[in-house]
Design a protein around this ligand. Structure first.
Ligand code: ATP
Length: 250
């Protein structure tokens, strides 16, 4: 691992099903950045992130995570990142605290550090009243928060989240945003997909827009506005203008 290397560097990534889902995508995300990946339904966001997380083999291209070649050294790459899918899986028979202890055990974490981290995550995510109830009895939103806590327990350098706020109530969404903000403030990198454009607008330092498996625009809100021809000022208008231009060109 090289500390000067970007948190994520993707070069010319490709995955084709019946047609290209990810079509020569290149992206560089710096350490400590909060990056939102946006795109219309079917743009290739989840396919991209699943390849980065090592859950799907690319047809071609390069993926480097904190300087680790993820295709050559997938285990090392996984050790520095966390992946939170849109439909997380947790162990129903365990309670949230047991689940976090179990995940910490998989990472061979020191028991007292694991316990401290688990308590902190349970508290900040508002799970304290449910910490000792079996996960099978928890609501979808609570389960999502348990899965997030499990992904964060080993202090990953890169956190990748696919639609983390979908289905969360306002209080839970705020707790999740707060956890992510705190991590970024401590130098962790966060990449997330979202269809909630105000979240991207408020939280992300840079935004990438993909359509048809290709990066069509990237930058700060001001830079995206410039790319959309300065006609639009809010992200929803900018996003619709950029993606409409792309579908007209496709
Ligand atoms: P959404 O915002 O709707 O979640 P997305 O940007 O995450 O969309 P992907 O799920 O990555 O998009 O899908 C990209 C394209 O790849 C779509 O055309 C989809 O139908 C196709 N695709 C994804 N997974 C498969 C699969 N397992 N088999 C065949 N086609 C697939």
């Amino acid at each position: 691992m090289r500390s000067s290397a970007p948190a994520l560097e993707i070069k010319n990534l490709r995955k084709t099903y019946t047609r290209p889902a990810v079509d020569g995508l290149s992206l560089t995300i710096k350490r400590g950045e909060f990056y939102a990946l946006l795109g219309p339904n079917g743009a290739g966001k989840t396919t991209t992130l699943r390849m980065v997380a090592g859950l799907l083999a690319p047809d071609s291209g390069e993926i480097n995570i904190c300087g680790i070649d993820a295709r050559k050294d997938p285990v090392d790459a996984k050790s520095v990142m966390a992946w939170v899918p849109d439909e997380p899986m947790i162990y129903d028979k365990l309670d949230p605290m047991e689940y976090l202890e179990f995940v910490a055990g998989l990472w061979a974490m020191d028991a007292s550090r694991a316990e401290k981290q688990a308590h902190e995550l349970i508290e900040i995510l508002g799970l304290t009243p449910h910490a000792n109830k079996r996960c099978q009895g928890l609501s979808k939103g609570m389960r999502q928060k348990v899965a997030l806590a499990g992904a964060l327990i080993h202090d990953p350098e890169l956190i990748i989240l696919d639609e983390p706020l979908t289905g969360l109530d306002a209080a839970s969404a705020r707790q999740v945003k707060e956890v992510l903000r705190q991590r970024v403030a401590h130098g962790t990198t966060v990449i997330m997909t979202t269809h909630i454009l105000e979240v991207a607008e408020r939280m992300a330092e840079r935004i990438g827009v993909i359509a048809n498996g290709r990066l069509i625009a990237e930058g700060t809100l001001a830079e995206l506005s410039a790319q959309a021809g300065h006609c639009e000022s809010n992200l929803e208008d900018i996003f619709l203008s950029l993606t409409a231009a792309e579908s007209a060109a496709a």
